[in-house]
Each structure stands twice: as C-alpha cells, then as structure tokens.
Write a protein that binds this ligand. Sequence first.
Ligand code: SF4
Length: 275
Amino acid sequence: MSVHFDRVVTSLGAAARSFFCLNYFFYPFTNTGCYGSIISMTSLEKQNIADFLDLTNDYLSCGYLSEKKVYDFDNTENFIENTQGSKNDDSLEQIALEIKSCQNCQLGSTRKNSVPGEGVTNPLVMVIGEGPGADEDTLGRPFVGKAGQLLDKMLAAINLSRNTNCFIANIVKCRPPNNRDPYPEERAACSFFLHRQILLLNPKIILLVGNVAAQSLLKATEPVGKIRGKFFDYKIENVTIPVLVTYHPSALLHNENYKRPAWEDLKLLRTKIDG
Ligand code: SF4
C-alpha cells in the first residue's frame, strides 16, 4: 500500500474539522437559525473534504496514491471536468515517478534503482521480461546486461529497436535479490504499473520473453517451449493486443538449442507486424 500514513492523518484531521463545519448544515433539522452554513464553508474546508474523499477512493480502488487534485468549487462545470479528466491524466513520466518511490512490495527495500522501462511512446512492439538484473539495478535501465545486448541484436535482426519502434519493460520494476524469480505477490503488487504502461503505450504487439512474463500476463501454466510460436489475445479494458511468447535472451545465452526456435518466433513477429 503506498497511501502515505502522514497524508492519511493530515487529511483525516482536516476533513474532520471541515466535517464539523458541515454539521451546521444538518443543524436546522433539529434547530433553527444555522441553516445554510455549508454555503459559507471556505474553499480550503471544501478542499479538505475532497482530499479525504480522493484519498479514500485511492485506498479502496488500488491502494495507490494519486496526484493531488485541486478543485475549483466556485465553478461547477470545472469541478465536473476536473473529476472526469483526472483518469486521463496518466503519463509514462508519472508512472516512472511513482515507481521510483514505490514500496508496495519487499523489492522496494533492496533495489538500488527502480527500472520502469524505456523506449518510444508509440511502439510497434512492447517487450516484457520478468525483472531487472544486477546491471539494470545499477543503471535503472531495462535489458542492459549481456542478455539485454542479445535482445537488442535479436530485435535489430527484424528492424526493431528501443530507439525507434519498441518499448522495453518488465513484470516487476525492482530487482529480485540474487536474480530469483519475482514472487507472485510481488508480481501482483507491481502489475498496476505495467497495466497502466500497456494502456498508455497501446503497442501493436506484445512480446513476452520468458516463463515469468508469460505466467504473469497470460496466466500461462505451461513453459515457454509449449506456448511459443503462436499468438494469444491479451485483453485490457476495451483493447485487445496480440501477444507472442518466446525464450528469454538469458536462456538463449545458456542453451544453444533455444536459438533456432527463438529466431522462428522473431520471424513470426515480423510477419505479424507487416500483416
Ligand atoms: S517491484 Fe513494483 S511493486 Fe515492488 S516496490 Fe518495486 S515498483 Fe513497487
């Protein structure tokens, strides 16, 4: 949960004070003379109540602290627009900022740097791996070690690159200690960021590399060797994105036998892009 305790306490206190003012609104039902005090609430008091309601909504909807919204209470139209528009205010920069300070799982306490991902903002392909390794943790960038260099070569072979038409990310944004697989609860805690990235990027195709990525996004129970070589549909909100699974580049570094099927997957990916 990243809803900050200090902001909860502050908002509760401020909202309680404002709510005390609000009580005057109900006073005329038992007494007379104080009717209409809500109309005289200051903008600060109204903002305090709005802060508290927004915080409650954050807690109940996702446990994630959204950017503080400032309402124009003197203009009802603006208030409605601001409230509705807030859902569309997401950005990759905002997500990266939140990931940087995220402590939603235990990986937040052992990372050197978070690794939100990198690439173009309108990618043909979004490549998703499992999590950062030691090099990525040091640099705060995805796929920069030996496996990452191989991934860049693989993508280049079919005219793809993180510099021109791809975005590269991971299931979890912080390094699991000793390069272990991220635990299910860590993947679940981090999925909120990945889903937002996918929605914003809206890639033409998603390429999942490795078992962890396939298990997490497709809920696959079979290993890569069984599910590679064909496309799946990934549905997110009202969008459906084709997904291809292939071997993680680090697996290719350890097992020569994976290289041929991986190359077949890449050719299939290129054909789908061009189709
Ligand atoms: S792995 Fe994800 S959920 Fe866990 S601390 Fe890092 S950013 Fe937060």
